[in-house]
Write a new protein. Structure first.
Length: 504
């Protein structure tokens, strides 16, 4: 079969980093071709080259046998190539419909914007995705998972021959991911060729025809899915065997560090009235407490309340080391020894205009100051120690944070908060977009911090992650706590049953 896409000796260099090194392979018409590798392997860089986002590279691309080089994303789209980016690329102050049709707005016969037509078309797309978002809703009011669905709707709004999906399920729950897989099945029936990046190898092995493995910017191997297995691909990705994680055994929880009593978060104008209702629990030192629930259950809202970052003022009480606290601003929570790593890395976690080192040191600059002035050598030493501890792959302190892979950006944010020496670490879906090797490193780090006496609360869209990490798991459904399980009691089945247990 003649290849649809041929990638020939493609090389891409950034300052101090070779992101891709003479990568060559073919993509066949109509196949779902998975691209896997650790963070920093070059997957997203290669997809950005294919979609015209990065026009400057060495090597050659061939499309249907003809050499092509796209000047920008619009040029690639004219050739039938669309990309769904891992990092969301939406305009927050526009509606869902305006985002879906941004740059190719529908107009009526008088040349005016056809808002109704765009709203109808967006509603149809969202219905295909089995998503109940209003086309008129502002994107900034949506949670990350819903924003991800808007990003997917943007790509589906245009007739596409080649669709690139870069971690499309990273912010989706299992049920939402299943919806997306049904859409992928329908696209394949239409003959659409799909390039699929995912760190979730279970997805890859359920969807892909062939799998290309990259490591450190180089092609390792291309495999037929039926001729390999998860363990073999994992070994190719990381260059070593990944052992099954067995954390939590032998951990001893200490005294209660935080107690939450009857926490409620109002939801003005909504029929449900409450985002969170009567949430009560305790967190002990040296314990990892998991928060499970489907999208909209209130996981993120709960962590925001504890960090003083909620949109509305919560009621109820929070006790920190036995003392009642009420934070009006995240700075107060930080000063009290609480740290939050948000689920939305791009919008709420990164300072995109600062270097990698400055992103790490920004919350603890007082420790690098002398006489009221920040001393660069002290700041470098401070950030460098944290970067080394978490294994952040960056060429230098000055390296732009936006040039790091998603997983290394996440590790830099965690490093920032660990420098504040928190008593409690709140982690909101911390391994979203992080590869299997980096996940292992983060799991071991959380276990180490827990054994050092830190109290950790973690949410995750992946139940196996919570089952691996947590001493206890609380389950939320529509803002209410429906169950609590110890490590020995928790299974995926009982958690899902509690996560769907609505009020009768």
């Amino acid at each position: 079969m003649t290849p649809l896409i041929s990638i020939l000796k493609v090389t891409k260099r950034f300052p101090g980093v070779v992101a891709l090194d003479r990568v060559s392979f073919d993509v066949l018409p109509g196949e779902l071709h998975a691209i896997v590798g650790e963070n920093g392997a070059g997957k997203s860089t290669l997809m950005k080259i294919l979609s015209g986002v990065i026009p400057d590279f060495e090597g050659e691309l061939r499309l249907r046998g003809q050499a092509v080089r796209f000047a920008d994303a619009r040029s690639a789209e004219k050739h039938g190539i669309r990309i769904i980016h891992q990092e969301l690329n939406l305009v927050e102050n526009l509606s869902a419909a305006a985002n879906v049709f941004l740059g190719r707005e529908k107009r009526n016969r008088w040349g005016l914007l056809d808002d109704r037509g765009m709203a109808r078309a967006t509603a149809d797309l969202l219905q295909q995705l089995e998503c109940h978002i209003s086309p008129s809703q502002l994107v900034r009011t949506l949670r990350v998972g819903d924003q991800q669905l808007i990003e997917i709707a943007k790509a589906l709004a245009v007739e596409t021959d080649i669709l690139i999906m870069d971690e499309p399920t990273s912010a989706l729950t299992e049920a939402e991911a299943a919806r997306l897989f049904r859409i992928i099945g329908r696209l394949r029936q239409r003959g659409v060729t799909i390039l699929y990046i995912s760190h979730k190898l279970e997805e890859v092995f359920s969807l892909a025809d062939r799998i290309t493995v990259l490591r450190d910017g180089r092609l390792v191997q291309m495999l037929n899915r039926h001729e390999t297995n998860v363990r073999a691909v994992t070994h190719l990705m990381v260059g070593r065997e990944i052992e099954a994680m067995d954390l939590g055994t032998g951990r001893q929880a200490g005294a209660i560090v935080m107690e939450v009593r009857d926490l409620c978060l109002p939801w003005p104008g909504h029929a449900r009235a409450w985002r969170l209702q009567n949430i009560s629990f305790a967190l002990r030192r040296g314990e990892i407490l998991g928060i499970a629930g489907l999208m909209g259950a209130g996981r993120t809202e709960l962590l925001e309340c504890l960090f003083g970052a909620s949109s509305e003022t919560p009621t109820g009480s929070v006790l920190l080391e036995g003392r009642s606290v009420r934070f009006a601003h995240p700075w107060e929570a930080r000063a009290a020894g609480i740290a939050l790593v948000t689920e939305d890395r791009k919008r709420l976690g990164l300072f995109a205009n600062l270097s990698a080192g400055a992103n790490v040191s920004i919350c603890t600059l007082e420790r690098a100051a002398l006489g009221g002035l920040v001393r660069p050598r002290r700041e470098r030493s401070l950030a460098g120690e944290a970067i080394h501890k978490l294994g952040v792959k960056t060429a230098a302190f000055e390296t732009a944070i936006t040039s790091l892979s998603g997983g290394n950006q996440q590790k830099a944010i965690i490093a920032r908060w660990l420098l504040t020496k928190p008593k409690i670490l709140l982690l909101d879906d911390p391994t979203r977009g992080v590869d299997i090797g980096a996940k292992e490193e983060l799991y071991r780090l959380m276990d180490q911090l827990c054994r050092e006496g830190l109290g950790i609360i973690v949410t995750s869209s992946e139940l196996p992650e919570l089952l691996t990490l947590c001493d206890r798991i609380l389950v939320l459904c529509e803002g209410r706590m429906t169950a609590e399980f110890s490590r020995s009691e928790a299974t995926e089945q009982v958690i899902m049953e509690a996560a769907t247990r609505r009020e009768s």
